[in-house]
Design a protein around this ligand. Structure first.
Ligand code: MIC
Ligand code: SF4
Length: 754
């Protein structure tokens, strides 16, 4: 498991010269984000200044991390790349495929049986190709990365949108689709449009009931789910340095919820403390030598408005605890306004469940502070009104909080301790009664609260808040409870006011663990055999996608015009479907089943233009495929928001959809579509979305002239014979057009032409 201090020292050894050169080329002081970007160029020493939001740049990330639900597809693709070993340190983490039902022990055993085939596959591929393997139960990818691998000034990519969590340790950590990871694992460069920069200045200090989570809940409220698109968010100021490292991780984690490329903080004492506590004093020693390169130049933070594309200022001393939701993480409500908001909107006030965990908030500090609330309730004889569940972030955290009596505290309130894994956060929650579809409220400390995400019930109103607030609201059983002003009744009928939470940032006696759950790869994996059974319903070897035939697509059918929010959960649902993440044909049966059809307002009901009958989206698409008819998908704003799962791009590709035409894309999804050889297009004129009709047939008029910066022209022929000509923009550069032509980026790698 040993982190790679040599690799880190190598990064630091070249950093100063590269950053100094970049400063000279750019001609002004540099932000931290720019320092990390310019010190990780594929070309090594910078030779030009890049334009933010415009230039595509090749980078050389230091590490790759994958989780079980995305690693299957990533590694199936990597197996086609023709390499014997990964080119950069890589880890695989088993965390998404474990259900939360009874409690850790039983649930883990069940997962190990049910998903044995997949875990065995991941373990053997890891062993073969030099990848570190974290077994089921070891913890959630982003906590483990923070505890073991993240380092200030580093750059990593991960096949999960919340890879950004590692920004808490001053990294630029970026979520990508599996095909991007395959590039880096194969020893190739990784391309990203040079991001814009959003500065967030934090003044004051967190106090009382306010936690780091509230910073990002507030930022999400300000920027909305697409406000961070194409940007890195850099936090600074006295409020930043006064926060714990894991608290910073929480803030960076939810940068995914505003669409940000990533978020980061400058190197400071909280990071030194965290690195030391997690056994990495030598990283501190190495980082201290280049400390001035691990934060922005002083002038930047003195006059931030001159250096960032957008600047936000938040005074932590005045920040109130927030509760965001339901159904979207950017709907922020300060705790003092919750009562009126909830009543005005008809949100159920009764809280049924409180859940603490996920990669966002499952650190030692989170657990300790939430437990301090539980401890008070127990001491005052207050019976909790809602049920309570926790998922520790890693085995190291679980072992340590058990040793320190924190789990015992939770258990006094009947809390269920689930596996160190994603669990309810990704619909892996076997919640009793969820199938009844009743309207209800839950509160959790996770990051996402899209419809159906936790328990599959579209009527579950999920609210995101800090772990300490989850504890308070679950004990009160009331969404409108404000612990700052309200009291609770204890078993004797006395009114009790809870004190604000308290808890150690790091364990006083240090972290401890018996078996962290790590398996090192074979030094020489050439003889390791990877077996995929041809009859498996969980794993399927990939066949390359067909290259483009060089002609305009004609006679394409409109598969669906999706209305409103269409996240990756709508395009390729998680929960029960996670079991098919390694089997493209099987998982394709969930394609777009959550998207709302703009013509009838229904999910998973579209018109089959060949028969005129309404049917499920995947069925209709399979009918078009069988008839050899191409199709396109039309969507709204921020299409593909949320996850990095490339299944959301591979499924339409596999089933014969040729293009996705939307008002705007989320970054990772747009790249995933490009990588898989699809056309990712945006309306040149957004209002054209309204011109698209249910029975439309589409002809591409100038695909044969597909070129960077040149819009494409599509002819929509309506049922009555009338036509609309629609211009579609795209962001493909030469190389990316090459992916389209070859049928996918992987086809190029496999042909040795990438
Ligand atoms: C998520 O939080 O949605 C996930 C599940 O972690 C995804 C990855 C996936 O779909 O496997 C993500 O955030 O990228
Ligand atoms: Fe797992 Fe949830 Fe984090 Fe995604 S957001 S990695 S599902 S804990």
């Amino acid at each position: 498991m040993a982190f790679d201090i040599e690799m880190i020292e190598k990064v630091y050894a070249t950093m100063a010269a590269r950053v100094d050169k970049a400063r000279e080329l750019v001609g002004r002081p540099l932000t931290l984000s720019e320092k990390i970007l310019y010190s990780h160029l594929w070309e090594g020493m910078p030779s030009q200044a890049f334009t933010r939001g415009k230039d595509y740049v090749d980078f050389a990330p230091d590490r790759v991390a994958c989780q079980d639900a995305t690693a299957q597809m990533a590694l199936l693709q990597f197996m086609h790349a023709g390499k014997s070993k990964v080119a950069v340190p890589t880890t695989v983490h088993c965390d998404h495929l474990i259900q939360a039902k009874v409690g850790a022990k039983t649930d883990l055993a069940v997962a190990n049986t049910q998903s044995k085939e997949v875990f065995d596959f991941l373990s053997s591929v890891s062993n073969k190709y030099g990848i570190g393997f974290w077994k089921p139960g070891s913890g959630i990818i982003h906590q483990i990365v923070l505890e073991n691998y993240a380092f200030p000034g580093g750059m990593m990519i991960g096949t999960d949108s919340h890879t950004v969590n590692a920004g808490g340790l001053g990294m630029l950590a970026i979520g990508v689709g599996g095909a991007d990871a395959v590039d880096v694992m194969s020893g190739m460069s990784w391309e990203l449009k040079f991001p814009k920069l959003i500065g967030v200045k934090l003044t004051g200090k967190l106090n009382g009931w306010t936690a780091p989570k509230d910073v990002i809940l507030k930022v999400a409220d300000i920027l909305t789910v697409k406000g961070g698109t194409g940007a890195i968010v850099e936090y600074f100021g006295e409020g930043a340095t006064s926060m714990s490292c894991t608290g910073k991780g929480t803030i960076c984690n939810m940068g995914a919820e505003i669409g940000a490329t990533t978020s980061t903080f400058g190197y400071d004492d909280s990071m030194r403390r965290y690195l030391a506590a997690t056994g990495r004093q030598d990283v501190v020693n190495a980082a201290d030598k280049v400390a001035s390169y691990l934060t922005a130049d002083a002038e930047v933070y003195a006059n931030p408005a001159d250096y960032f594309d957008q600047l936000i200022e938040i005074n932590l001393s005045e920040l109130e605890p927030h509760i965001n939701g339901p159904f979207t993480p950017d709907r922020g409500t300060p705790v003092s306004k919750m009562k009126e908001e909830a009543i005005a909107n008809g949100w159920p006030l009764k809280v049924e469940w409180g859940l603490i965990g996920s990669c966002t908030n499952s650190s030692y500090e989170d657990m300790a502070r939430a437990a301090s609330i539980v401890e008070q309730a127990v001491a005052h004889g207050i019976t909790p009104k809602a049920e309570f569940g926790i998922n520790p972030g890693s085995e190291q955290i679980r072992y340590t909080i058990e040793r320190d009596g924190i789990i015992a505290t939770f258990e006094k309130m009947g809390t269920k301790v689930f596996t160190n894994a994603c669990g309810p956060c990704i619909g892996q929650w076997d919640r009793t009664g969820a199938d009844k579809g009743e309207k209800n409220t839950i509160v959790h400390s996770f990051n996402r609260n899209f419809s159906k995400r936790a328990d599959g019930n579209p009527n579950t109103h999920a609210f995101v808040t800090s772990p300490e607030m989850v504890a308070a609201l679950a004990i009160a059983g009331d969404l409108s409870f404000n612990p700052i002003t309200d009291t609770l009744l204890n078993d004797k009928g006395e009114a009790v006011k809870l004190n604000p939470p308290s808890g150690d940032e790091l364990p006083k006696r240090g972290f401890d663990v018996e078996d962290a759950g790590y398996q090192a790869p074979a030094a020489d994996g050439s003889s390791v055999e990877v077996v995929v059974s041809p009859t498996s319903d969980r794993l399927q070897l990939l066949a390359p996608f067909e290259p483009w035939d060089g002609k305009n697509y004609t006679g394409a059918k409109l598969l669906i015009k999706a209305f409103g929010k269409c996240t990756t959960d709508h395009i390729s649902m998680a929960g029960p479907w996670l079991r098919f993440r390694g089997h493209l044909d099987n998982i394709s049966n969930n394609m777009l089943i959550g998207a709302e059809n703009a013509f009838n307002g229904k999910a998973n009901s579209v018109k089959n233009q060949l028969t005129g009958a309404y049917d499920e989206v995947p069925k209709v698409q399979r009918a078009y495929k069988a008839a050899g008819i191409p199709s396109i998908v039309v969507g709204d704003h921020n299409y593909g928001e949320g996850s990095s799962r490339e299944h959301a791009a591979m499924e339409p590709r596999f089933l014969g959809v040729k293009a996705v035409l939307v008002k705007s894309f989320a970054r990772i999804h747009e790249t995933n579509l490009k990588k898989q050889g699809m056309l990712a297009l945006t309306f040149a004129n957004e209002a054209d979305y309204d011109k698209i009709q249910e029975d439309d047939t589409i002809n591409f008029l100038d695909l044969t002239e597909f070129a960077p910066g040149k819009p494409l022209t599509l002819e929509f022929v309506h049922a009555d014979g009338s036509k609309d000509i629609i211009k579609a923009n795209h962001t493909y550069n030469e190389g990316q057009i090459g992916w389209f032509v070859a049928g996918s980026a992987l086809n190029l790698i496999a042909a040795g032409k990438a």
